[in-house]
Ligand binder design. Structure first.
Ligand SMILES: Nc1ncnc2c1ncn2[C@@H]1O[C@H](COP(=O)(O)OP(=O)(O)OP(=O)(O)O)[C@@H](O)[C@H]1O
Length: 564
C-alpha cells in the first residue's frame, strides 16, 4: 500500500490550484462571509438597542417598531445568506470532486498498467474524494468566517467597551492553539483510518470476485471471519478518530465558554458598580454579551469541521500522489495538462506515426522480471514480417508477458524490443498500440450487449454492419445478447470469441499491421476452433501475427513455431 503523503495545510493550495472554480468559490465565500459578518454585528446592535430601549429607556412597541422590522430583515438576510452559501458550497464541491476524479482517471490511463489495486483505487476515487464535501462545503466557509467575524467583533468591542475587546483578543488564540495541538494528534489517526478503509475495500473487491471459488472450496465462512476482523479494525479506528473529534469539540467549546464567561463577569461587575449605567450602558453591555460568543463560534466550527474533512484531505493527498507519478514513456499528454507539466511533455519521445506496414519484431536478449520473482530466462527472438508465428513454450514460460510487452504494458528489465529495427522504448506507445489488434487470454467484458463489447475495440463508433461482420467471423454470440460485468452470462469459449470479434473489428477498421492472440482457441471444441481459424485466415494475410498457443490446430496454421 502506498504511503500517505505529508498532511496538507489547513488551506490546501494544491487542491485549490488543481480544482477549477475553487478560487472563484473562495471569492464567493469571502463575499458571503463579509455580508454574514455585517449581519452578525447589525443583529447584535439591533437586539441590544431593542432590549435596552424597552427596559431602560421605557419605550413602547410603537417606538421600537422600525428597529424590530430591521432586526427581522437582518435575521432573514442571515438565513438567506446561509442558504446561498450552502448552495454555492455544494456546487463548488461537486465541481472540484468531478474535476479531481477526471484528472486522476486521465492520469491513471497514462501510468503503467497493473501497478495498483482495483479496489483501493475505486475506493479512493469514489468514497475518498466524496469525503472532500466536508472540506469544501463546511470547513472552508467557516475558515473565511473565522477570519472576518472575530476581526469585526473585536473592532466593534474596541469602540464600545475596550476591556471586553482585550479579553477576547487575549483568549481567542487559545481556540486555534488547542485546535492545532489536537489536529496533530488526529493526523496519524486519520491516516490509519484511511489505510484500513482502503484495506477493507481491497478485501471486499477480491472477495466478491472470488466468491464462487471460495464457496466451491468451502472457504466462504473463513472469509466471513477475515471480513469480521477487517471491519472490526475499521470500526475501532473510526471510533478512535471520532473520539478525538468529540474531545476536540469539547475542549474548544470549554475554552470558548470560559472566555465568554470572563467577558460576562467583567461586564456584569461594571453594570453592578454603575460603570455601565442608563440605556446606553445597558445597550453596550448587551452588545458585548451578544457579540462575545459570535467571536469564538466560527473558529470552533472551523476546528470541528477540520476533523470531519480530515478523511477527504487524506484521500486528496493520495490523489495528488497519483497525479505526481511519472507517466509511461510516450503516453499521450493529459487533455488539460497544467502549464507546469509542459517541460516534461516537451521532453517526451518523438511522436512517430503508427506502423505503416507489417513489421519484423525482434526481441534482443530480453529479460522480464516481476517484483519478488526470479527473472524469466533471457530471450532472443525474431518474429518475421507478414508471417504467422506461434509461441509454443511451456506454460509459465512468459508468452503472455511477451505479448503484453509489445503493447508496452510490461517493460523488459534488460535487452530490447524492436519494430523494424526501431527500439520500442523510443517509439510513441500510443502509435504502436494503434497499430496492434490484441486478444488477451481473458478479455475484459463490460456490462452491456455483445455488440457494445465488440465496439470497444475501436476508438470511434463502428458501424453496425462492421460489428456484425466481426461477430460473425469470430463465431461470437448474437450481438444483442446481454453480458454482465466480467463476462458473467457467457461461457469462457463465448467470452473468448467476443474478444476475437474485437480483434477482427479493430484489424478491419484500423487496418492494424500486427495481430497478437493469446490462446485464441483455448476453450473451443474442435469444430468451432476449426471454423474460427478459417475465419482468421484472410486477416492474417500481409500482417505480422503472433499467437501464444499449444493447440495442434493453431500450430498447423503457423509459418513458424517458437519454443524456449
Ligand atoms: N503480474 C504478475 N506478477 C508476478 N508474476 C507474474 C505476473 N504475471 C505473470 N507472472 C509470472 O511470470 C511468468 C510468465 O507468465 P506468463 O503469463 O507470461 O506465462 P505464459 O507462458 O503466458 O503462461 P500460460 O501458457 O500458462 O498462459 C509466470 O511464472 C507467472 O507466474
Amino acid at each position: 500500500m502506498t504511503q500517505l503523503a505529508p498532511r496538507p495545510a489547513a488551506l490546501d493550495r494544491r487542491l485549490l490550484h488543481r480544482a477549477r472554480g475553487a478560487s472563484v468559490y473562495i471569492g464567493v465565500c469571502a463575499g458571503l462571509g463579509l455580508a454574514q459578518t455585517a449581519c452578525v454585528v447589525a443583529g447584535a446592535w439591533l437586539t441590544a438597542s431593542l432590549v435596552a430601549g424597552a427596559f431602560a429607556g421605557g419605550r413602547d412597541l410603537a417606538d421600537l417598531g422600525p428597529q424590530l422590522t430591521a432586526l427581522a430583515a437582518v435575521l432573514a438576510a442571515r438565513a438567506l445568506l446561509a442558504s446561498v452559501q450552502e448552495a454555492a458550497a455544494n456546487r463548488a464541491a461537486a465541481g472540484v470532486k468531478s474535476g479531481l476524479r477526471r484528472q486522476a482517471l486521465e492520469h491513471l490511463m497514462r501510468l503503467p498498467s497493473g501497478t495498483r489495486g482495483t479496489g483501493e483505487t475505486a475506493n479512493l476515487l469514489v468514497r475518498g474524494v466524496d469525503a472532500l464535501d466536508a472540506y469544501f462545503a463546511r470547513y472552508l466557509p467557516q475558515l473565511v468566517l473565522a477570519v472576518l467575524v472575530p476581526a469585526a467583533v473585536i473592532a466593534v468591542m474596541l469602540a464600545a467597551y475596550p476591556p471586553a475587546a482585550l479579553i477576547v483578543l487575549a483568549t481567542l488564540p487559545l481556540i486555534p492553539l488547542f485546535g492545532v495541538l489536537i489536529g496533530r494528534h488526529t493526523k496519524a489517526r486519520a491516516e490509519r483510518q484511511w489505510a484500513s478503509t482502503a484495506a477493507l475495500a481491497h478485501h471486499f473487491a477480491d472477495l466478491v470476485a472470488g466468491l464462487p471459488t471460495l464457496k466451491a472450496f468451502g472457504r466462504a465462512d473463513r472469509q466471513a471471519g477475515a471480513i469480521r476482523v477487517t471491519t472490526g479494525e475499521y470500526r475501532r479506528r473510526s471510533m478512535s478518530l471520532l473520539r478525538v473529534a468529540f474531545c476536540s469539540a469539547l475542549v474548544l467549546e470549554l475554552a470558548a465558554s470560559l472566555s465568554v464567561a470572563v467577558v460576562a463577569v467583567t461586564v456584569g461587575v461594571q453594570l453592578v458598580h454603575g460603570g455601565l449605567a442608563g440605556e446606553a450602558g445597558l445597550r453596550t453591555a448587551l452588545l458585548v454579551l451578544i457579540l462575545a460568543p459570535e467571536a469564538y463560534l466560527p473558529l470552533r466550527n472551523a476546528g470541528a469541521h477540520y476533523h470531519a474533512s480530515a478523511e477527504g484531505l487524506a484521500a486528496a493527498d493520495k490523489v495528488f500522489a497519483i497525479l505526481a507519478e511519472t507517466p509511461e514513456p510516450g503516453a499521450a499528454p493529459a487533455p488539460d495538462a497544467e502549464p507546469a507539466d509542459a517541460p516534461a511533455l516537451a521532453a517526451a519521445p518523438h511522436i512517430a506515426p503508427p506502423l505503416q506496414r507489417a513489421p519484423t519484431i525482434m526481441f534482443r536478449r530480453t529479460v522480464f522480471a516481476y517484483p519478488g520473482r526470479d527473472p524469466l530466462p533471457e530471450l532472443s527472438l525474431t518474429v518475421p514480417a507478414a508471417q504467422t508465428t506461434v509461441l509454443t513454450a511451456r506454460s509459465g514460460a512468459g508468452k503472455s508477458t511477451l505479448l503484453a510487452a509489445l503493447l508496452g504494458f510490461r517493460r523488459p528489465r534488460s535487452g530490447s524490443i524492436a519494430f523494424d529495427g526501431a527500439d520500442l522504448a523510443g517509439l510513441d506507445l500510443e502509435a504502436v498500440r494503434r497499430s496492434i489488434a490484441w486478444l488477451p487470454q481473458q478479455p475484459v467484458l463490460i456490462d452491456g450487449t455483445v455488440a457494445e463489447n465488440v465496439r470497444l475495440a475501436v476508438p470511434h463508433d463502428a458501424s453496425d454492419p462492421a460489428v456484425a461482420k466481426a461477430i460473425a467471423a469470430a463465431h461470437a454470440p448474437d450481438g444483442r445478447r446481454r453480458v454482465a460485468a466480467n463476462g458473467a452470462g457467457l461461457s469462457a469459449g463465448e467470452a473468448a470469441r467476443v474478444g476475437l470479434a474485437r480483434l477482427l473489428l479493430r484489424a478491419d477498421l484500423l487496418d492494424t499491421p500486427v495481430l497478437l492472440l493469446d490462446e485464441p482457441t483455448a476453450h473451443l471444441d474442435a469444430d468451432t476452433e476449426h471454423a474460427v481459424l478459417e475465419s482468421l485466415a484472410p486477416y492474417r494475410e500481409g500482417r505480422t501475427v503472433l499467437i501464444a498457443s499449444h493447440r495442434a490446430a493453431v500450430r498447423a496454421i503457423a509459418d513458424r513455431e517458437v519454443d524456449w
